[in-house]
Design a protein around this ligand. Structure first.
Ligand code: PFF
Length: 466
């Protein structure tokens, strides 16, 4: 086991603790919070899901995030170098941790492009039209929505995807302190103001109380053992997704963290930020959909944000304005997440190929554009192409989130819990503070609970479709 506490000063670092927290929170707060969390919460019994999610966030999420940040800061390297430095035998994990963001980044930017398109439509006053107009008739006689029509032609999604990638890459090109930290310090407070503002507004709408009740109060009658198990699996899966865990990001951001700052305190604050935004997003979406489209529409899944919500905004007083604010919010949240994915891959290229930041970032941009185009085409020109029964974008999403990430997290737990031992993490945690306050909880989680949760996540999609 190498013990490198030496950091390469030329790599750059965050200039302040708040800069690190906002950048990491920016990574965590993304499409997962605004689009995925609300519909999962609605599907798995509202209040019950919230409770289970919260318990796992402060135990499981805390443990994995702290582990990654500590590994990053202790080694001071990008993911590939970091895992190798912790233990040479676990070096392949570094490659896995680099492959995950490289595969996620392109498709995440494709969805970012969709959101950018929606933001443009709402800002230019076209929100009502896309909510109500029919874009043709499907083979089953139903109306074709704007969304289905939009993604089924490659041109526009491709253009918005390219714009989104180029805008997102500016922060990475500018570097850690001047780019990522600065952008996060501006965007994250704006995001918070927007989400709180829209949340307060939707709660003042007539009838939203019913929707709010549905969102926060568990429906006792629907709680069965199998429902509870499914809720746990869904909550753990969502947590993983939401906190940007097991995609190399927190290792990379940890490697830029100042030695004097507290890891434990920072993780707690990132968690609160991430969970609060997810909760507030649900507070906006669930009662509004409940009031304007009805309870059954809450199960719309991916279509909730792109098909149902524009209809909701259309029926709501000042809906065009709120819709524009909402999609600006989603673009900001998605941008700070894709910046973190891009930074993780760029850091690997800088370190492995000894190239400058600008050259490395350009390579990553070109790669993202090529691979992302596959996902764009997968919904349009190549809509017949299926990989294991999935469309191209869904395949990238499934293979990373359901297979590669749980495997990486599982093996990271084994490496820290049983091979290099938890002292490795503890030594780094007590660098910035006197005591590792949650040491007892941490040890149990990393050795027992987290590996079990990972196995549950790995097998759930194969056993039951949740
Ligand atoms: N944590 C971010 C989100 O919730 O959107 C970023 C992210 C999660 C990116 C999962 C990609 C991903 F597969």
């Amino acid at each position: 086991m190498e013990n490198s506490n030496e950091k390469d000063a030329s790599r750059g670092s965050f200039g302040s603790k708040i800069g690190f927290i906002l950048a990491a929170a920016g990574s965590a707060v993304g499409l997962g919070n605004i689009w995925r969390f609300p519909y999962l919460a609605a599907k798995y019994g509202g209040g019950l899901f919230l409770l289970v999610y919260l318990i796992f966030a402060i135990t499981f999420g805390f443990t994995l995030m702290l582990t990654e940040i500590a590994i990053g800061r202790r080694t001071g390297k990008s993911v590939i170098g970091a895992y190798k430095t912790v233990d040479k035998r676990f070096a392949p994990l570094g490659w896995l941790a680099a492959a995950i963001p490289a595969l996620i980044l392109p498709y995440y930017c494709v969805i970012g492009g969709w959101v950018l398109k929606y933001m443009t439509i709402f800002i230019t006053g076209g929100g009502s039209e896309i909510a109500t107009k029919s874009y043709g008739t499907a083979s089953d006689g139903s109306d074709i929505s704007f969304f289905s029509d939009f993604i089924s032609h490659a041109g526009q999604p491709a253009i918005f995807f390219v714009i989104y990638v180029l805008v997102g890459s500016i922060a990475v090109l500018l570097g850690v302190e001047k780019g990522i930290e600065k952008v996060s310090k501006i965007l994250m407070p704006v995001l918070l103001v927007l989400i709180v503002g829209i949340g307060i507004y939707t709660l003042t709408l007539d009838g939203s109380g019913e929707g709010l009740k549905y969102y926060v109060v568990p429906d006792k009658d629907s709680i069965t053992p199998s429902m509870l198990l499914k809720t746990i699996a869904a909550a753990v899966g969502q947590l993983f997704y939401s906190m940007s865990i097991a995609m190399g990001i927190m290792v990379t951001y940890g490697s830029y963290m100042r030695k004097e700052d507290s890891i434990e305190g920072s993780v707690r604050q990132i968690e609160v930020f991430d969970t609060a935004v997810a909760f507030l997003a649900g507070l906006i979406i669930v009662p509004a959909v409940f009031v304007f489209s009805g309870k059954d529409k809450l199960n719309a899944g991916p279509g909730l944000m792109f098909i149902t919500l524009p209809k909701v905004f259309d029926s709501m007083p000042a809906g065009q304005f709120i819709g524009a604010a909402f999609f600006i919010l989603v673009v900001l949240a998605a941008l700070t997440s894709s910046i973190s994915l891009m930074e993780t891959v760029t850091a690997v290229v800088i370190e492995k190929f000894k190239l400058s930041r600008v050259k490395s970032c350009v390579i990553v941009i070109i790669f993202t554009l090529i691979v992302g185009m596959l996902s764009v085409l997968g919904y349009s020109t190549w809509s017949d192409v299926e990989i294991f029964g999935m469309q191209i974008l869904d395949f990238f999403d499934f293979s990373t989130n359901n297979i590669m990430m749980p495997i990486l997290a599982f093996l990271t737990c084994i490496m820290i819990g049983y091979v290099v031992k938890t002292k490795y993490i503890e030594e780094e945690v007590i660098h910035g503070e006197k005591k590792f306050k949650s040491k007892g909880l941490y040890n149990v989680m990393i050795k027992v609970v987290c590996p079990i949760c990972m196995i549950i996540i790995l097998i759930t999609p194969f056993v039951t479709k949740i």
